[in-house]
Design a protein around this ligand. Structure first.
Ligand code: MN
Length: 723
């Protein structure tokens, strides 16, 4: 035979064992049926390579290992794949399980085969154990993302199918159950994703039988009973449906459809119903030539039988994401039972069974209503439409799904799904917001990398934390996920909030002290109610931030006093300081106001404007004096007395460095200098600085000078000016 003489430099060649030769011949015939131009010698070369490499290895069944790749190739040929997939299928375990290297395969079979075999090997090395029950969906996406070439998945699924078919040879029940669970969680849904419906059903059935043997047996026997007792009914129904089609000259193939135990089980679980309550155990399928025929048959059936409401589904105009198309309806059969009927074209049937691996020769209009995943299928279908056959289509197909995502692992093997461009910091926040806040770096695949490093598919990331580390606003520049961004923002905001609360608390304490009051429980309640706040922290925060003004607060306190809901701090010393003037040259009993326009301070030259309400003290340079004189008011010179007991308000403009603690430092300095904050308003916030106006109480000019000098000496305070 021509295939025995290929290996250059090898003089003698063992003839292929009889059983394998017969099997290979069968495979060869099948390939030639769908791919006559195929270079069949590749099949034999691949076989001999694998045969030699696997040598004496045995399967759990005791059979020679080579039976496994051969079986995988048979499954692939059943899917009508191209020669590259067939060769790669034959060699799929060679890198993983034998001394052969990728280079060996490249030299013998070329780059394409190597890439496929490496893809399958890569998938084999993924540890799916941590995925089960936790994030199976992520792992399925990950597989799709790393597989890159759809043929890798076809081989992987074929591999798994044969392993499941021979699962009973594995002795340890624990191992069988592990493989079965993995199949149910990962491989069956993957098969469904690429439309390999028949393989999906078989995988599920074997896995289900392994995992729930008693449930499986139960459902199976009930199904058998139903199908046996209804054999006649089913037969009559098929005849009925055929007649309907014939009457209208529609070529159709009608068949009864047996449901698999796993599908029944899933439905029972999903709908929380018993076997008896299942309405569609008996199902029929009608295959026709065209989409027009599908809808016509549907119309005929709906006019012939009672239709079960709300059961009609049109997957022709809206295909499923894996390309599945069909009409589904439910009607009442003559024996009063509900039956399901599926109507589709022969082409749709191909797709339903073999998905993207089906030999697509039908050009139905594919609807445009689709999501991203459907687009992927649609592009596959377009390739199919334009390719001469499944062979070219398979070679042209790359997996585009999930290319805008990266999948990374935690040190425990948990999988984290992130958008493309995501960094170490995104990863840390995706795992836990605390991990993000304290993240100072990371080891990517064991190598130390900075926070802003972009992640790649399959990276394993260990986050390094430090409790000295806290988020800075620059962090938000190199994260892409919303979670990281909002966590960072929230952290910075809450930190600032804490500072404001501290500030507000000291403002309030000093105000109470100045007026000589304390608030009891009821007073606090009234306070919160009056400002419509739910907690004292909120109140302090708003006060600190200047959202509650001192005037408002003072008028509240006055109110409280009137209502006698403020308890006196110390019986008789209700007022610690009052606004008693200490000006000389005034008669006692005259009410003194200090002007808001110029904030005169003891030590400065002052004038008083007299009115019925009392005297208002201004700086002697204040413009208000001229206006008063012009208006005929009584203006006269005043001077400060020797002892100054009262406080005077002065307004400062301050620029602070925008860093944690700055506001706290400001209030500390004022406290240490025995000044009191009366009001504070932040006017501008930059990345680096923020500006604020602050009203403080001072005793004298000298007091103010000391305060301003103290403020200026602090490195957190950039600018201090009297307004
Ligand atoms: Mn294998």
């Amino acid at each position: 035979m021509h295939h025995l003489s290929y290996t250059e430099g090898q003089v003698t060649k063992m003839p292929i064992e009889k059983t394998y030769a017969a099997q290979l011949l069968e495979i060869e015939k099948k390939i030639q049926l769908y791919y006559p131009q195929a270079d069949i010698s590749l099949l034999y070369r691949a076989f001999e390579f694998a045969y030699e490499k696997h040598a004496d290895q045995k399967r759990a069944s005791g059979e020679p290992y080579i039976t496994h790749p051969l079986a995988v190739v048979e499954i692939l040929v059943g899917l009508k794949t191209d020669m590259t997939s067939i060769v790669a299928g034959m060699l799929h375990d060679v890198i993983e399980d034998t001394p052969a290297t990728a280079e060996d395969i490249r030299q013998n079979f070329g780059d394409e085969v190597v890439t496929l075999v490496q893809g399958v090997t890569k998938l084999a090395r993924i540890d799916f154990q941590s995925a089960l029950n936790k994030q199976a969906e992520n792992f399925r996406k990950f597989v799709l993302a790393v597989a890159n070439d759809i043929r890798v998945l076809l081989i992987k699924v074929a591999d798994r199918l044969h392993n499941m078919r021979t699962l009973h040879h594995i002795l340890l029940q624990e191992n069988r159950r592990r493989v079965a669970a993995e199949t149910l969680e990962i491989y069956a849904p993957l098969a469904e994703r690429i439309g390999l419906h028949l393989i999906q059903e078989e995988l599920q059935d074997i896995a289900f039988k392994e995992l729930y043997p008693d449930v499986y047996a139960n459902i199976k026997s009930q199904l058998d009973t139903v199908y046996k007792s209804d054999k006649k009914t089913i037969h009559l129904m098929i005849k009925d449906l055929e007649k309907i089609c014939q009457k209208f000259d529609i070529r159709a193939e009608v068949m009864g459809r047996k449901k698999k135990p796993y599908a029944i089980w899933k439905k029972m679980k999903r709908k929380n119903i018993s076997f008896e309550q299942l309405s569609d155990i008996i199902a029929f399928r009608i295959l026709v030539d065209s989409v027009a025929d599908c809808y016509q048959v549907l119309g005929l059936i709906h006019s012939e039988y009672f239709v079960v409401p709300n059961r009609f589904k049109d997957y022709i105009s809206t295909p499923k994401s894996n390309g599945y198309q069909s009409l589904h309806t439910q009607v009442i059969a003559p024996d009063q039972r509900q039956i399901e009927i599926q109507i589709r074209t022969f082409g749709m049937q191909q797709v339903a069974q073999y998905g993207i691996a089906s030999h697509w020769q039908y050009k139905q209009g594919v609807s445009d209503r689709q999501g991203r995943q459907y687009k992927w299928v649609r592009s596959l279908l377009e390739v199919l439409d334009h390719a001469s056959g499944s062979v070219e289509f398979l070679e042209n197909t790359k997996i585009e799904m999930f290319q805008d995502q990266v999948f990374c692992f935690t040190p425990h093997g948990d999988l984290i799904e992130l958008p493309k461009g995501a960094t170490v910091l995104d990863f840390a926040y995706a795992v836990h917001s605390d991990l993000g806040h304290f993240c100072k770096g990371a080891k990517i695949n064991g190598k130390l990398m900075p926070l802003r490093t972009e992640l790649k598919n399959g990276d394993q990331i260990e986050i390094l934390v430090s409790h000295q580390q806290t988020p800075s606003s620059t962090w938000s520049r190199f994260v892409v996920t919303a979670k990281a961004r909002s966590s960072i923002r929230r952290f910075i905001r809450s930190k600032r909030q804490v500072q404001f609360q501290g500030l507000g608390q000291s403002i309030f304490a000093k105000l109470l002290h100045n007026v000589g009051l304390t608030l009891d429980k009821q007073g606090q309640k009234n306070l919160l109610a009056s400002f419509r706040l739910s907690s004292l922290e909120d109140f302090y925060g708003q006060l600190g931030e200047g959202e509650i003004s001192l005037q408002e607060l003072t008028s509240f306190l006055k109110n409280q006093e009137v209502q006698e809901k403020i308890s006196s701090k110390k019986g008789d010393c209700k007022k610690v300081s009052d606004k008693k003037s200490s000006l000389s040259g005034l008669m006692s009993g005259v009410v003194v106001h200090y002007a808001e326009c110029c904030h005169p301070l003891p030590g400065e030259k002052i004038m008083g404007i007299f009115s019925k309400k009392g005297v208002t003290v201004h700086l002697n340079v204040c413009k208000a004096l001229e206006t008063a004189k012009r208006n005929g008011k009584n203006v006269m010179e005043l001077s400060w007395g020797k002892r100054q007991t009262s406080f005077h308000i002065v307004r400062l403009f301050i620029t602070l460095h925008n860093r944690p603690g700055s506001l706290g430092i400001l209030s500390t300095i004022l406290g240490e200098r025995e000044s009191n904050i009366h009001n504070l308003k932040i006017t501008k916030r930059h990345e680096e600085f923020f500006d604020l106006f602050i009203d403080i109480s001072v005793k004298s000019m000298r007091h103010l000078e000391t305060i301003m000098a103290s403020l200026r000496s602090n490195k957190n305070i950039n600018l201090v000016e009297r307004v």
